[in-house]
Design a protein around this ligand. Sequence first.
Ligand code: ZN
Ligand code: FE
Length: 258
Amino acid sequence: MSALQIRQVLCHEDNYAVIVHDPESGETLVVDTPQAAPIREALEAEGWRLTHILNTHHHHDHVEGNAELKELYGAKVHGPAHDKNRIPGLDAALRDGDGVSLGAHRIDVIAVPGHTLGSLAYFICGENILFAGDTLFSLGCGRMFEGGAEQMWHSLDLLRHLPEDTRMYCGHEYTLSNAAFALSVEPGNAALQKRAEEVRKLREKGEPTLPVTMAEEKATNPFLRPESEEIRKSLGLHALENWRVFGELRQMKDNFKA
Ligand code: ZN
Ligand code: FE
C-alpha cells in the first residue's frame, strides 16, 4: 500500500481540519469541518475529491462545514450515533468498535466520552495515526463539558495505551498555552521543558505543533501523567486513584491564568 497523504488545514483562529488522501483508491477524508472554505481550497490545490467526512463530536466548531462540503462533493458524513441529531447531514452513525474504510485502510472508532458524551476518536490501523478531536490535545486535554472526571480519565487512559509511535492530530492548536500550565505543575520534567521550547519556536514561525507522537505526549502531557510524583506533590495529593488526580488537574487548569 502506498503511503497516505495528509494535510493539516488551519480554520478560524486555532481549529484544525485534517485531510487524508489514499492515492491507491483515490478516496479522501476530512476529520472535522470547522470551516468549509479553507478545506475546499486545500482539496482543490491537490485535485482531491472529498469522499468521507468524519466528525469527532457535535460542537459547532467541528461540524460547521458539513452541509456545504457534503453538497459540493457528495461526501458521506460519519459521526457519533450518540449525537445523531446534532451532526448536520449525518449518514453513518458510529459507535465504539465500529470501523470505517478508506480504500484498503481500516479506521477504528474509539468512544472517548468526557469533553462531550458522544466524542469519538479515530485511529488509522497499521499507519498508527490518531485523530483525538477535543479529547486530547498536545500537553493538554479538552474541558469536561458533558462528562465526569472518572469517565474522561478512562477515555484518556485508552488513548495513552495506543502504540508509542502513534502520530496524534487534534482539534485545536492550543499547545503553547497548554505548555504554561504543564510547566506549572511539573517544572522539573526535562522532556516537558524541551518540548515547551520546541513549541515556542514552532509558534514563532507560525508552524503547527502537531502531529506529535504518543510516546512524547506520555512523557510531557500532565493529563496523561497522574502517576508522576512531582505532579502529585504539586497538587498535594498522594495515594489517590489516577482519575482523582486527573480530575484535580482538570479543575486547576480551568482556573489557571498564565
Ligand atoms: Zn469541542
Ligand atoms: Fe473545539
